[in-house]
Design a protein. Structure first.
Length: 375
């Protein structure tokens, strides 16, 4: 039994490495994807093109603008003098925010009155706009605090002021670098896509080139044929995990605090699901194009419901319940926890157990379907 399965396995490896395009897809494409995603999947806002619209031009208004422009976020690109220019900059997307200070700002601040400042910003991307407004509120809050303190000192008040001394500390990602959060998720998505795609093509390709009938009439048992077809893709997926991990750690300085063997073991458990689904797709597809479309139809909602880009806790309750059937959800948590938190199996068993159950169920159903299709 093992000799026949190994013979099919060797045949699959030879077919894979005989095709230069397949070698490119397997080894070069994932590395290109991790590099592109590593730079593109970044929600850190470090550059905010800013327009200055100061109609007051007093020491108070200039001090407030100085605090904005001396921060590392707000970069003054335009100095404007009328509302028409403000609208034009926002319409064309040349400025993300316009700081508009009306006349009388300095006088109102000196008189202790409310001195309004308008921040007109592009709300097309709501998440970016909220981050930018958070930066702006921080700058204005510090300005208000220092202004009130200077007024008190000028009035002869030298006593101490009670205040909250906030000292925050972020665990696992001290500098809150969003790339560190996304890169482990990118590894999950690449492994999922590649293992699904390769396994889905396995049987369909034999059908198209006319060799499936030869395999059916051969002494091979269905389990031997299935093992010989899927094991090469599982081995390739593990190699991809290693290559992408090495690139992420060395190129993007992604912290890896966990156990590499636990990551590989978790990947093996996860591959039961992806390879099983790919096998099922290959048995119901007549052509490679059909199999490829089926893979993408399955892949997109799986990624959306995995917590890769959108927190599951923010989804409607019925959708949150549906995500428990998504194996990528569990593997996403496992991968991020191993990379960033360095936790072991004593913590991750709660994710590994349902992942193993889903994998066992999927591979069992796919095996039954595979036997039926061969019969």
């Amino acid at each position: 039994m093992f000799e026949r399965a190994i013979a099919i396995l060797v045949k699959e490896f030879k077919q894979i490495f005989r095709d230069p395009r397949m070698k490119t897809i397997i080894f070069i494409a994932p590395l290109i994807q991790i590099i592109l995603f590593g730079y593109a999947a970044n929600k850190d806002i470090n550059y905010v093109p800013t327009a200055i619209y100061d109609k007051d031009n007093t020491p108070e208004s200039r001090e407030l603008l100085r605090r904005f422009t001396f921060s590392k976020y707000f970069v003054p690109e335009f100095y404007i003098s009328n509302d028409k220019e403000q609208n034009r900059l926002l319409d064309k997307g040349w400025a993300s925010i316009v700081i508009h200070i009306d006349r009388g700002f300095g006088r109102d601040m000196e008189a202790g009155k409310g001195a309004p400042v308008q921040l007109a910003f592009d709300g097309t991307d709501s998440n970016t706009a909220m981050v930018v407004m958070g930066y702006a509120n921080t700058v204005i809050g510090e300005y208000n605090y220092d202004f009130i303190r200077n007024v008190l000192y000028a009035g002869g008040f030298t006593g101490s002021q009670a205040e909250v001394d906030l000292r925050d500390r972020a665990w696992f990602n001290g500098n809150l670098v969003s790339t560190y959060y996304y890169l482990p998720g990118v590894i999950v998505t690449i492994v999922t896509m590649m293992s699904l795609l390769l396994s889905a093509m396995a049987i369909v390709k034999e059908k198209e080139i006319g060799t499936m009938e030869q395999l059916v009439v051969s002494p091979l048992k269905p389990i031997e044929l299935m093992a010989g077809k899927l094991l090469p893709f599982g081995a390739i997926a593990l190699v991809q995990v290693m290559l992408i991990t090495i690139l992420g750690v060395t190129w993007f300085h992604l912290p890896f605090r966990g156990n590499i063997f636990l990551l590989l073991f978790s990947t093996c458990v996860y591959l039961f699901t992806t390879l099983g689904i790919g096998l099922f797709i290959s048995t119901i597809s007549a052509t490679q194009q059909e199999a490829m479309m089926s893979v993408f139809l399955f892949f997109m909602p799986t990624v959306l419901l995995s917590g890769f880009a959108y927190p599951i806790a923010n989804m409607p309750e019925i959708i949150q319940i549906a995500t428990f059937l998504n194996p990528m959800r569990y593997f996403m948590v496992i991968t991020r926890s191993i990379f960033l938190k360095g936790v072991g199996i004593e913590v991750l068993w709660a994710q590994l157990l349902p992942l193993a159950f889903i994998g066992f169920t999927v591979i069992s159903l796919s095996t039954l379907r595979f036997r039926k299709s061969l019969g």
